[in-house]
Design a protein around this ligand. Structure first.
Ligand code: MG
Length: 383
C-alpha cells in the first residue's frame, strides 16, 4: 500500500489522479491533500477518500472544513501545502499537480524529506531547474514525469543508454490558433483560447498551450528531467496529439510513444512504472480511425515563445524565473479580461529585457523575484 500526498487535488490533473487511484483501492491510500478554493470539490474528496490531513488556500476555508470534519487535521497557506507534501506516512508518494510557482517550495521540501515525487507542476523545473536537479541528486530522489510528452520520453528511454541519444523530439499540437496568423490573435477571446482541439486541461495550461509557452516550458522540463543539452531538444508540430513525443538515437532510429490524448495514461504510468498495467478508464488507440498522422516544422516567428524559453535558460541566472513569473501574471490578467491575448507575449518580452543580474540565484532569490515581478505587472495592468 502506498500512501499518497496529493498537491492540487481539486485541479484537472488532481481529479484524474484520483480517478486512477480509485481503480486500485488496495494499492493506494490518499493520506494528505492540498487544494485552493474549490471547497465543494474538496468536500467530495474528503468524504470519498478520507485523507488524514487537508490543506486549503486560506484560513477561512480551513476553519470551515475543520468545523464540518472535526476528525481531520487541517492547514492552510504555504505552510499547509508543505505539511501536505511531507506528511509522515509509511511508503509515501508525493504527487505535485499544483499550478504555477506555488509548486516550487513543496517540491523542494518533499525532495529534502527524501520523498518519491511524481511531478506534474512544470513551473518547478522552469523556475529552479538547476537547484532542483542538484537537490534531487543529493537526496537520491527521482522525479517521475506526469506530463504526457515527458512520460513518453521517460517510457522510451527505459533500458536505454543516455549516451546513445541524439535528440529528444517533443510534439506540440499547435493549440487552438495553429492556423491563425499572428495579426489575427489580437482579438481572440478567453473562450477561443480555452478551446484546445485535443486536450481537456486546466485554464492556465490551456492558455500556455495557445501561446506555446507551454512547449517552451516543456523543453526546459525535458532538459532537467533527462539531463540533456538544450540543443538536443527539438519541437515538432503534430496536430493530432497521438504521438506524445519521440527520441532519436545516434543511428537515426526514432522511437515514439503513441496513445489517445488522455492524461490518465501518463498518470497511471507514473504510478505503476515500470509496469504498463491494465487501464480500463482510457480508450484504446485505434489507428485506423485516426488515419493520418501529420508533422510540421515549428515556425519560430509564428510561435516565438519556444525559442525565447530556450534563450532564457541559456542566459541563466534569474531569466527562467522571470520568464515564468511574467507569464503567470500575464495569463492571469488575460483570463480575468484585463489584457488582450497578444499582450501576454509582449509582457514576457518586456520583463525579459530587464532581468535583475544575479548569477547562481538561490531559492530565496528565485521566490522573491517571482513575487516582485508579479506585483509589478499587476500594479501596471490590474485596474
Ligand atoms: Mg504536456
Amino acid at each position: 500500500m502506498k500512501n499518497v500526498c496529493l498537491l492540487g487535488a481539486t485541479g484537472s490533473i488532481g481529479q484524474q489522479v484520483l480517478e486512477v487511484m480509485e481503480q486500485k483501492p488496495l494499492e493506494y491510500k490518499l493520506i494528505s491533500i492540498a487544494f485552493g478554493e474549490n471547497v465543494e470539490s474538496a468536500k467530495k474528496i474528503i468524504e470519498k477518500f478520507n485523507p488524514t490531513f487537508v490543506s486549503a488556500k486560506s484560513k477561512e476555508i480551513a476553519n470551515l472544513l475543520k468545523a464540518k470534519y472535526p476528525e481531520i487535521e487541517v492547514g492552510y497557506g504555504n505552510e499547509g501545502i508543505i505539511k501536505a507534501a511531507t506528511f509522515e506516512a509509511e511508503n509515501p508518494l508525493v504527487i505535485n499537480s499544483l499550478v504555477g510557482s506555488v509548486g516550487l517550495l513543496p517540491t523542494v521540501k518533499a525532495i529534502e524529506a527524501g520523498r518519491k515525487i511524481l511531478l506534474a507542476n512544470k513551473e518547478t523545473l522552469v523556475m529552479a531547474g538547476d537547484i532542483i536537479s542538484s537537490l534531487a541528486k543529493k537526496h537520491d530522489v527521482s522525479l517521475i514525469p506526469i506530463d504526457s510528452e515527458h512520460s513518453a520520453i521517460f517510457q522510451i528511454l527505459l533500458g536505454k543508454n543516455k549516451e546513445d541519444v541524439k535528440r529528444l523530439i517533443l510534439t506540440a499540437s499547435g493549440g487552438p490558433f495553429r492556423k491563425n496568423k499572428r495579426e489575427d490573435l489580437k482579438n481572440v477571446t478567453v473562450n477561443d483560447a480555452l478551446n484546445h482541439p485535443n486536450w481537456k486541461m486546466g485554464a492556465k495550461i490551456t492558455i500556455d498551450s495557445a501561446t506555446m509557452m507551454n512547449k517552451g516550458f516543456e523543453v526546459i522540463e525535458a532538459k532537467y528531467l533527462f539531463d540533456m543539452d538544450l540543443d538536443q531538444i527539438d519541437v515538432i508540430i503534430h496536430p493530432q496529439s497521438i504521438v506524445h513525443s519521440m527520441v532519436e538515437f545516434k543511428d537515426h532510429s526514432i522511437l515514439a510513444q503513441l496513445g489517445v490524448s488522455d492524461m490518465r495514461l501518463p498518470i497511471q504510468f507514473a504510478l505503476s512504472y515500470p509496469h504498463h498495467e491494465t487501464l480500463s478508464l482510457v480508450k484504446p488507440l485505434v489507428l485506423e480511425e485516426v488515419g493520418t498522422l501529420e508533422f510540421e516544422k515549428l515556425d519560430d516567428e509564428r510561435f516565438p515563445l519556444v525559442k525565447i524559453a530556450k534563450e532564457a535558460v541559456n542566459k541563466g541566472g534569474l531569466y527562467p524565473a522571470v520568464l515564468n513569473a511574467s507569464n503567470e501574471a500575464a495569463v492571469n490578467l488575460f483570463l480575468n479580461g484585463k489584457i488582450a491575448f497578444s499582450k501576454i507575449e509582449e509582457i514576457i518580452l518586456e520583463e525579459l529585457n530587464q532581468v535583475p543580474s544575479i548569477y547562481n540565484p538561490n531559492l530565496d532569490d528565485i521566490l522573491n523575484t517571482d513575487i516582485q515581478i508579479k506585483e509589478k505587472i499587476n500594479r501596471k495592468f490590474n485596474r
